[in-house]
Design a protein around this ligand. Sequence first.
Ligand SMILES: Cc1cc2nc3c(=O)[nH]c(=O)nc-3n(C[C@H](O)[C@H](O)[C@H](O)COP(=O)(O)O)c2cc1C
Length: 361
Amino acid sequence: MSHNTFGHLFRVTTWGESHGPSIGAVVDGCPPRIPISEADIQADLDRRRPGQSRFTTQRREPDAVKILSGVFADESGQLLTTGTPISLLIENLDQRSKDYGEIRESYRPGHADMTYQAKYGIRDWRGSGRASARETASRVAAGAIARKIVPGVRVRGALVQIGALAIDRTNWNWDEVGNNPFFSPDAAIVDRWADYLDGIRKRGSSIGAVIEVVAEGVPAGLGAPIYGKLDQDIASAFMSINAVKGVEIGAGMGAALLTGEENADEMRIGPDGEPAFLSNHAGGILGGISTGQPIVARFAVKPTSSILIPRKSVNQRGEEIDVSTKGRHDPCVGIRAVPIGEAMLAIVLADHYLRHRGQVG
Ligand SMILES: Cc1cc2nc3c(=O)[nH]c(=O)nc-3n(C[C@H](O)[C@H](O)[C@H](O)COP(=O)(O)O)c2cc1C
């Protein structure tokens, strides 16, 4: 495989399989003299870590990150980036390959077994190998570094829908996101989601979800038309996350329901003499370039495909079979996808910030 790198100037390469000894990332192109520590990265990894509630997989991974290169301590002992490649390592400690023995030759419907086999003629069936969302821990680690690149930018995400149960947006409170196991900004929906997901889990089923990620403090001007548009790269970043089937920026698919006068983000002169928008249907991007408004993007994840309920499939020997996946799985992958979405948006913004600086100084 030769497509394991994302970004142009801030380049993230990830490596490793779900049940190999370790996974990791190499971040190349990070500017020098940026303070960074393992604790900063760990804080983000801890939010994505499995096994933190009954609503996520019970795989127990500490996900402890080690920085192997690219940093050096200043006189005070603070680690600073040196401008050289930053290598990050996360050990896999709770692999249970035998859980996957039964599906060694089977193609799980909705998973990548069939396509990896068709493409490479060989695949690491232990926990889905490279197709496993275990890989996304490496992205979250790299994203923690990306968050430090654009001055004043804050990237936050939240789960806004599980199945047909959407949050009430009038209840949106960012302070609630860390207070419940779902990253919900709406405290009122938490108990309903818990009951609903308990039912899904007990039936051996799974369900999809929608995640919203918002970046505030993004300066106007990031994004490079025509083929390096900011919204284009955000869509690519989100679509690269496992199980993602839809991406929206701003009003997204809902824009199709609006009239021109409803959709137009009107402008007035703000207190600082700069254009001020009266709404944000554009999601902070016009013509592929950031407007200075918050960037608002959403993605939909499909229901976890490894479920206990048997589904019709085939195996590598060309036989028709029924597949039921035992082992440890997320009943709704959308929950742990929140920090992953944040990381990918932070990586896109870091890359575009450096690309913008490279072109316009
Ligand atoms: C955080 C997260 C956890 C996931 N956990 C599982 C899982 O336990 N079982 C599963 O079948 N798929 C899981 N997935 C999804 C698969 O990795 C994904 O469906 C598979 O690689 C096929 O790729 P595609 O769905 O993008 O086409 C997870 C995805 C994410 C984002």
